[in-house]
Design a protein around this ligand. Structure first.
Ligand SMILES: C[S@@+](CC[C@H](N)C(=O)[O-])C[C@H]1O[C@@H](n2cnc3c(N)ncnc32)[C@H](O)[C@@H]1O
Length: 169
């Protein structure tokens, strides 16, 4: 139950993470205290809600399936692989302090490789569905090129979160 990805909610709004992922993300966000959270893939919006309690949160999805919008979250209906939207995300990363980037759209490999090079020193990136939709081989070159440091990988695995996180040194 703790580790399934069905029927979970935050504040009553559906999210597509395991319950255990919330504990782990709580630790990561409380420890690292980002200034801005960018979520790629909003879904129903439950995770955006959770994120917004930690920092200013801007979320992107090509569909509008948010069950309950809250004023603390900026919701963008956008295809994150369109040039204008890539530029928008790049600008958000450049013009804000510490960024926490959460990759959870339909093509995690592509977004990881595309957006990680935009990150600044100290920024963090987490990707969902690690080991299912995205594997070590997909990110290895990027991790090595940018010397990404793992963040809480032991508890991510131990709590079966399907998350993998890194910090840009
Ligand atoms: C797994 S859901 C996100 C779940 C949410 N992060 C959560 O934890 O509850 C993935 C979302 O990515 C969106 N998506 C897929 N391809 C996209 C793209 N190219 N641009 C923007 N959103 C995309 C889908 O519409 C879907 O809502």
């Amino acid at each position: 139950m703790l580790y399934t990805t069905k029927e979970q909610t935050f504040a009553g709004v559906r999210l597509q993470q395991t319950w255990s992922a919330l504990f782990v993300l709580e630790k990561v966000l409380a420890t690292n205290r980002p200034d801005l959270i960018i979520e790629l893939g909003t879904g129903s919006g439950g995770l955006s809600h959770f994120f917004s309690l930690h920092a200013k949160t801007i979320t992107f999805d090509k569909l509008n399936n948010v069950v309950k919008k809250i004023p603390e979250v900026v919701y963008n209906i956008a295809d994150i692989f369109e040039l204008a939207d890539i530029a928008h995300i790049d600008e958000l990363i450049k013009t804000n302090g510490k960024v926490f980037l959460f990759c959870d759209n339909g093509d995690k490999k592509r977004e990881f490789v595309l957006f990680v090079p935009m990150l600044k020193k100290g920024d963090l990136v987490f990707v969902h569905d690690y080991g299912i939709e995205i594997h070590e081989k997909d990110i290895k070159a990027t991790v090595s090129k940018y010397k990404l440091e793992p963040v809480e990988d032991e508890i991510c695995d131990c709590a079966k979160t399907l998350l993998r996180g890194f910090r840009l040194p």
